[in-house]
Ligand binder design. Structure first.
Ligand SMILES: O=C[C@H](O)[C@H](O)COP(=O)(O)O
Ligand SMILES: C=C(OP(=O)(O)O)C(=O)O
Length: 358
């Protein structure tokens, strides 16, 4: 005898409130298509990032932009300013804009524009995916490459062709699902040390992502599929500090490079000037960048790039769900960011440091 409908729900529908349609990756890519010009920006941006990581290009990779995107207009406004700065410093810096749509929360909070584009708890994910893809294309169309954190393992199918540099965050570096995902991605991916400061987890993730994997995912039509990957040899470690304090000091950088060498991996790191390296204080973030510029200018090698959290207006503000209209334009609603003027100054300083090291 078959179980009753109520029994079936009790078995595995007990805590599912709703299941709604999700648009397919192929449909979204059809609505917001790649262009030949944008493809050139993405491919050239990836090639430059890989050349820097591999030491064939002596510039610095700088991933800079808001902690999270909550307003596409403000992000594009920021992107126009950054594109001009990227052009000015193209000889010394390879600038990639941080365009983060997925926020991993310590406990609870707004999870980013893809999850809740209305900033009001309505979770219009299909709309969020449309907004994200459109913005990634709009920014790349300026000739400015973009960088994203990949959090949900399904999201990359919708946007990854537009992304020049990817990241795996501190909270997911140990996750096999995310390591497998990295092994499939076509761009270089930075993987962070844990929030508690474990660097080895990022080294292990880099090694795991370099191998081939077979896992369940979705195909371009959104159907469940078995994915076989080639492995991504362009993954690298990001030192982001921790709850115990910063980890961008020369000794930790040297120790990380030694750990990478021991695992047979290229010796290179990216330093995140924010998060645990600045205790999420944007003023301290500027000091971290200045200190690193001094070290790079004095000849330190192994640091292939930096990450900066920056937006139009310095600092941060709290979001009250449903009250987006009262937010300050161009200010972060997640972690505190450097303001535009300080960011521009710091980019000048980093460019000078690269020139001195040369
Ligand atoms: O980069 C953003 C945050 O540091 C990360 O999403 C965690 O944020 P939370 O501790 O405010 O949840
Ligand atoms: C969430 C982020 O950082 P972390 O994973 O280092 O906390 C981030 O860079 O947005």
């Amino acid at each position: 005898m078959s179980p009753s409908a109520d029994t079936l729900i009790a078995l595995d529908g007990h805590r599912t409130a709703a299941i709604n349609p999700l648009l397919s990756p192929a449909m979204l890519r059809h609505e917001h298509p790649m262009t030949a010009e944008i493809a050139d920006t993405v491919l050239a941006g990836r090639a430059s990032a890989v050349d820097i990581l591999d030491g064939r290009d002596d510039r610095l990779l700088v991933v800079v932009g808001p902690c999270s995107v909550h307003d596409a207009d403000a992000a594009l406004d920021y992107a126009r300013r950054l594109a001009a700065k990227a052009e000015e410093h193209r000889r010394d810096l390879h600038i990639v804009m941080r365009v983060y749509f997925e926020k991993p929360r310590t406990t609870l909070g707004w999870k980013g524009l893809i999850n809740d584009p209305g900033l009001d708890g309505t979770y219009e994910v299909n709309q969020g995916l449309r907004m994200a893809r459109k913005l990634l294309l709009d920014i790349s169309a300026l000739g400015l490459p973009v960088g994203c954190e990949f959090l949900d393992p399904i999201t990359p199918q919708f946007i990854s062709d537009t992304v020049t540099w990817g990241s795996i965050g501190a909270r997911t570096a140990a996750s096999q699902v995310h390591r497998q995902l990295c092994s499939a991605l076509s761009m270089p991916v930075g993987i962070k040390n844990s929030t508690e400061g474990d660097v080895q987890v990022a080294v292990d993730a880099t090694r795991a992502a370099g191998a081939s994997h077979v896992f369940a995912g979705i195909n371009p039509d959104g159907l469940a599929a078995l994915i076989t990957t080639a492995g991504n040899e362009d993954c690298h470690v990001i030192l982001r500090g921790s709850s115990a304090g910063p980890n961008y000091d020369p000794a930790t950088v040297a120790d990380t490079l030694a750990r990478l060498a021991k695992s047979g991996l290229p010796e290179r790191v990216i330093i995140d000037a924010s998060h645990g390296n600045s205790a999420k204080d944007h003023v301290r973030q500027a000091s971290v960048v200045r200190e690193l510029a001094g070290r790079i200018g004095a000849g330190e090698r192994g640091i292939a790039g930096l990450m900066l959290e920056s937006f139009l207006v310095e600092g941060r503000q709290d979001l009250t769900l449903g009250s987006a209209a009262s937010l300050t334009y161009g200010q972060s609603i997640t972690d505190a960011c450097l303001g535009w003027e300080t960011t521009a100054e710091l980019l000048d300083t980093l460019a000078e440091a690269v020139d001195s090291r040369r």
